[in-house]
Design a protein around this ligand. Structure first.
Ligand code: APR
Length: 234
């Protein structure tokens, strides 16, 4: 059976479906990935200077400004055909590493953000939620006056416990997991598809390039999110 047909049949027959997405999911919406050779954010910016707690402590204005730029970009982009196809899987759990809201914009209801959200700034000290677009570089927390920080997970930080627990439980119980647009090199997120495989579930991968997840995938479709997903999600 041809891979597209095989993937479509596996998805149609799935009872406990999980979709796991990375930056490649949003690439066709105009959001840069991290590790694509020429266009990836880490090919153009220094992750250590922008995406760590130490970077924020050393230069809050620089880090805040960079994430505000990413938030503004994320506000302007729209879901692609891949997000829309995933949103048709009404009972699926969507576990994303992405900090945009394109899955929600497309209509997915059960979305777990492992790495936080550009739209959830919070106080760096008391964690009180902060207003998006508040003035200041960075704004001061209205509750305690400390600097507000982006609501994303930085390198070296723990993932939100509730999100990680929900993701591991969904992956462990999944009979089919579709992994889309992730290089599979950042842990613990990259563990998620491997949990499904270890528990005997079937992993389908959509990515134009080889990834370290290839060996655990029953079906790998070498294509893009917007190009492949509408063909396998009927
Ligand atoms: N459709 C599907 N996949 C694509 C597309 C596309 N149009 N374009 C690129 N890809 C693939 C790339 O081949 C690569 O495998 O998407 C993947 C993007 O990998 P990364 O840029 O490493 O993004 P991701 O895996 O989400 O990074 C994980 O790293 O920096 C941290 O917190 C950040 O959540 C991020 C994490």
């Amino acid at each position: 059976m041809e891979s597209l047909e095989r993937a479509a049949a596996l998805i149609a027959g799935a009872e406990r479906l999980v979709v796991f997405t990375g930056a490649g999911m949003s690439a066709e919406s105009g959001v840069p990935t991290f590790r694509d050779a020429l266009t990836g954010l880490w090919a153009r910016y220094d992750a250590q200077a922008l995406a760590t707690p130490e970077a924020f402590a050393a230069d809050p204005a620089l880090v805040w400004g960079w994430y505000e730029w990413r938030r503004e970009l994320a506000r302007r982009v729209r879901p692609n055909a891949g997000h829309e196809a995933i949103a048709r899987l009404e009972h699926a759990t969507v576990i994303t590493q992405n900090v945009d809201d394109l899955h929600e914009q497309a209509g997915s209801k059960n979305v777990v953000h492992l790495h936080g959200s550009l739209f959830a700034p919070r106080c760096s000290a008391c964690a009180a939620p902060a207003e998006q677009g508040a003035q200041g570089d960075p704004p001061a927390c209205e509750s305690c006056g400390n600097p507000v920080r982006p609501g994303v997970v930085w390198f070296g930080e723990a993932l939100p416990v509730d999100a990680l627990e929900k993701a591991v439980e969904a992956a462990a119980n999944a009979d089919v997991l579709i992994t889309v647009g992730t290089s599979g090199v950042v842990y613990p997120a990259a563990e998620i598809p491997q949990v499904t495989a270890r528990m005997g579930g079937t992993v389908i991968q959509v990515d134009p390039e080889p990834t370290p997840l290839d060996p655990i995938c029953t079906v790998t479709l070498r294509g893009t999110a917007a190009g492949v997903l509408p063909q396998i999600i009927r």
